[in-house]
Design a binder for this molecule. Structure first.
Ligand SMILES: Cc1cc2nc3c(=O)[nH]c(=O)nc-3n(C[C@H](O)[C@H](O)[C@H](O)COP(=O)(O)O)c2cc1C
Length: 202
């Protein structure tokens, strides 16, 4: 019973959208956008991969991966729908089990401590074992944010009514037009093309 004051609720750790690399069984790298809840200091990541994802399967098998902070929304958009153009530039560091994306800003190699598969979206608690800095983060940009939102929409097409999808895309498009650079324009055009193709096919 609360006698006075606000309920003593621990605030949720924020989600940090980034790219996770894991190793596929054939030795190639799998790159997927994932948004773990991150604990302060980035020592623990609470990943929530759908059990249908390749990332989930690789994590269950190897229990390791690398989480990347990046501002490269073009790679994020393509990776979200499994349309990367070739293998991205990678860095291998001794003791880091999965490859590191050379174009990322920061990387965090992690080991899974627990994985709970009671729900379609599993909950994996990962401890960061090594980390590194590659380059500065660009900073806030509304076009990058718009591309990120559109990439999320592109991964949820079966769950969205076309009218809702178009309404959301129309809401984000002006941000790309007004504030994007060439990479954001390319990423946006790619996602629009991907979505149009998927809608025609369905
Ligand atoms: C910004 C962003 C965040 C995402 N976060 C998650 C996530 O936390 N868990 C998840 O299962 N999928 C997430 N997705 C969707 C996956 O990236 C997408 O389903 C991808 O195709 C999975 O690839 P994989 O099967 O190679 O692992 C996210 C997508 C975007 C664009």
């Amino acid at each position: 019973v609360i006698l006075f004051g606000p309920a003593n609720k621990t605030p949720m750790n924020p989600i940090l959208e980034g790219l996770v690399t894991t190793l596929n069984t054939n030795g190639t790298v799998n790159v997927s956008p994932m948004g773990p809840h991150v604990e302060e200091g980035m020592r623990i990541l609470h990943l929530r991969p759908f059990q249908t994802s390749e990332t989930y399967r690789n994590l269950v098998r190897d229990r390791t991966g690398v989480f990347h902070v990046t501002d490269d929304v073009e790679m994020l958009a393509r990776a979200a729908v499994d349309r990367l153009e070739g293998e991205p530039d990678l860095i291998e560091i001794e003791g880091v089990p999965a490859p590191i994306l050379a174009g990322a800003c920061r990387w965090f190699a992690f080991e899974l401590h627990t994985i709970d598969d009671a729900h379609p979206r599993a909950l994996a608690t990962a401890h960061v074992t090594q980390q590194g800095f590659l380059r500065e983060f660009f900073g806030f940009n509304r076009a990058k944010h718009a591309v990120l939102e559109a990439a999320i929409l592109a991964t949820r097409l079966p769950l969205l009514a076309p009218a809702e999808l178009h309404a959301q895309m129309n809401q984000w498009r002006p941000l790309v037009e007004k504030t994007g650079g060439p990479a954001e324009h390319r990423a946006w055009a790619f996602l629009e093309g991907f979505i149009a193709e998927a809608l025609t096919a369905s």
